[in-house]
Design a protein around this ligand. Structure first.
Ligand SMILES: [Fe+2]
Ligand SMILES: [Fe+2]
Length: 284
């Protein structure tokens, strides 16, 4: 079992010092990754609620500790992305676009909360935590992907990636501790994949339209290459995504411990890149 750390970070983003196309100088990639950021605060609140609901049923003290750290980490990510999303609003000509997107997501999650049984809601969290875990691992591994993120905002994404990778097994372990229903887990993953990408595309299109880039064909072609090209953002992740459908899958099958040690030191070690942003380091 891993020792998770709750870190409090003081992050602020000045719209004047963040380029509008902060991701690879590319409007389509920037709006797509911005759409992801807009989904994070409400999404992570959902993750926390779906796990916290089962806290009193857990008996393993190590798992309980991990759950508390998971909750603390996700709450901080929500804060970090809310600050980031506030900065994004200054870059979108119609600031209400972001508010409308967030409102729509709240409605969608409200529907999920009202209709899915708690166990299935936890399975949704496990599915999305697998997405964030494999994206995070890739971001920590690939210099080219980190270099695509402008340095003024890179810290947020790398810190978030580190912690997603650190706590990648927590929701899954809770699900397993409750009996781990395999058919439900994979059906929910398949459905969540469809709903998640539909929602991401929906927000992305809204942002592109607000910026007048929706009809830019070369922008769309570039986006396809950057996502699905051989070295793209998504194509190399397909095998890791499919691993989740194995009956004996566990997030720790992918051993990221050395990668995590490297990044814990690089970000928060004695001369860590984000050390001075740290407000209150606490061991969970
Ligand atoms: Fe997170
Ligand atoms: Fe997470």
């Amino acid at each position: 079992m891993r020792d998770l750390v709750k870190r409090r970070l003081d992050l602020d983003f000045d719209p004047a010092s963040v380029p509008r196309d902060w991701y690879a100088g590319d409007a389509h990639m920037t709006t797509m990754v911005s759409a992801l950021s807009l989904l994070f605060p409400e999404g992570e609140r959902f993750f926390v609620d779906s796990v916290r609901r089962y806290r009193s049923r857990l008996r393993d003290p190590e798992l309980l500790k991990s759950v508390d750290a998971f909750i603390g980490q996700e709450a901080m990510h929500g804060r970090g992305h809310r600050a980031f999303n506030g900065m994004l609003r200054a870059h979108v000509p119609d600031a209400q676009v972001t508010e409308r997107a967030e409102k729509q997501l709240r409605r969608l999650l409200g529907f999920v909360r009202a209709t899915l049984p708690p166990r299935a809601q936890l399975a949704v969290t496990c599915a999305l935590e697998h997405f964030t875990a494999i994206l995070a691992e890739q971001l920590l591994q690939r210099d080219d992907q980190r270099d695509d993120i402008h340095e003024s905002v890179r810290g947020l994404w790398v810190w978030h990636a580190l912690e997603e990778s650190e706590h990648k097994a927590v929701a899954y372990d809770v699900y397993q501790a409750l009996g781990g229903d395999y058919p439900l887990r994979v059906v929910v993953m398949a459905t969540t994949t469809l709903v998640f990408f539909a929602e991401l595309i929906n927000v992305h299109v809204r942002l592109l339209r607000a910026r007048g880039e929706l009809g830019n064909r070369s922008g769309w072609a570039g986006l396809r290459r950057r996502l699905w090209g051989r070295q793209g953002l998504l194509r190399p992740l397909v095998p890791a995504y499919l691993d989740y459908y194995r009956r004996d899958f566990h997030p720790d099958d992918r051993d990221t411990s050395a990668l995590l040690r490297t990044w814990q030191e690089r970000l928060f070690g004695e001369r860590g890149e984000l050390r001075e942003r740290l407000v209150e380091p606490r061991a969970a």
